[in-house]
Ligand binder design. Structure first.
Ligand SMILES: C[S@@+](CC[C@H](N)C(=O)[O-])C[C@H]1O[C@@H](n2cnc3c(N)ncnc32)[C@H](O)[C@@H]1O
Length: 307
């Protein structure tokens, strides 16, 4: 590490990638960051607008002083605990890169399951054009993935809306819409759950804030310092969002339409109780690999669909 540091401190115009990488790796390792070499390479690939393979194969190249400074600044940010996705301003979700910023949740891999379930529901609906609403859309990663996958795999056209109470988050979702060249069949706008929603939908999805207020304090720093509170805090018992959504959901679902939710640990029974009123019935629930129910689907109307 000391050798690398001396190499990097020279008054040179260019600096060897190899030394920067081993110095960066050593710094991250000091913070006990797993896969520190991989992360150092990722941060270097950002500087070179390249990829890890290129960096590995060309670590004999040298980079400018400006790039060296940016790289070391990012190593420092990572050392201080900032997640890589927050440094990059991007997160991969369902094999696509989405812009994120401090106003949006950093999308979680487990939420990809909401996309899979939505596609399954879409494939059951015997219409070519299907309408989907995403409540609490954040970066828009869920609804954009659903539209693109439904087009690709099911040849279905999705007319969709994504709403969020956070205006800045809506701006990020719009940026992602542009990134994926999506047109008039997708609208993002501000809404306090259904307050600005005008239409009815075949499917409503939501990954709402569901963490108990008192648990926020004990979340890992990577979550509590970087994800917005509005995206996490589900009130005293973590169920506020579900209760608010339940008040109006049946007015915004087409008959036999589906409501597809992500739920937190141990919220399964409580959420089922909230939603199975006169008009909604439990359609199906989905557990993760450890057997914990993570997603629940309800259906409006009483008719059973053929399974
Ligand atoms: C857990 S995040 C989910 C974000 C995104 N759907 C995802 O899965 O990555 C919850 C989202 O709900 C939004 N939200 C919180 N309260 C809301 C409300 N009253 N009306 C609409 N959206 C709300 C937050 O701003 C946040 O973007």
């Amino acid at each position: 590490m000391q050798n690398d540091f001396l190499q990097l401190n020279k008054k040179n115009k260019t600096f060897p990638i190899k030394n920067l990488l081993s110095f960066g790796t050593a710094v991250l390792r000091k913070k006990k960051i797993l896969k520190s070499r991989h992360e150092a390479r990722l941060l270097m690939s950002k500087e070179l607008k390249s990829n890890e393979l290129f960096i590995t194969l060309h670590d004999n190249l040298e980079i400018s002083k400006e790039k060296k400074v940016f790289f070391l600044k990012n190593i420092y940010k990572r050392y201080c605990g900032k997640p890589i996705s927050r440094i990059f301003g991007k997160r991969e979700f369902y094999s696509r890169d989405f812009f994120i910023n401090k106003f949006t949740l950093d999308p979680r891999p487990e939420s990809e399951f909401l996309v899979d379930i939505s596609l399954e529901l879409i494939s059951r609906i015997k219409k070519k054009n299907i309408s989907v609403l995403d409540l609490g859309t954040g970066s828009g990663c869920l609804i954009i993935s659903i539209i693109l996958e439904a087009q690709k795999k099911l040849k279905k056209i999705i007319n969709a809306s994504g709403v969020d109470y956070c205006e800045k988050s809506v701006e990020v979702a719009k940026k992602n819409k542009k990134r994926f060249n999506l047109g008039g069949n997708l609208k993002f706008y501000k809404s306090n759950w259904f307050s600005n929603v005008k239409n009815k939908f075949d499917i409503i999805i939501s990954n709402p804030p569901y963490i108990k207020s008192e648990d926020i304090e004990v979340l890992p720093d990577t979550v509590k310092l970087y994800d917005p509170l509005l995206a996490l805090d589900g009130g005293i018992n973590g169920l506020d969002s579900y209760q608010n959504i339940q008040k109006d959901v049946d007015k915004y679902l087409n008959n036999f339409g589906f409501l597809c939710l992500e739920v937190g640990d141990d919220q399964n029974e409580a959420v089922k109780k909230i939603f199975t009123n006169n008009s909604l019935r439990l359609f199906r629930q989905y557990s993760d690999y450890s057997g914990v129910v993570r997603n629940i689907v309800f259906q409006l109307g009483k008719k059973d669909l053929k399974k």
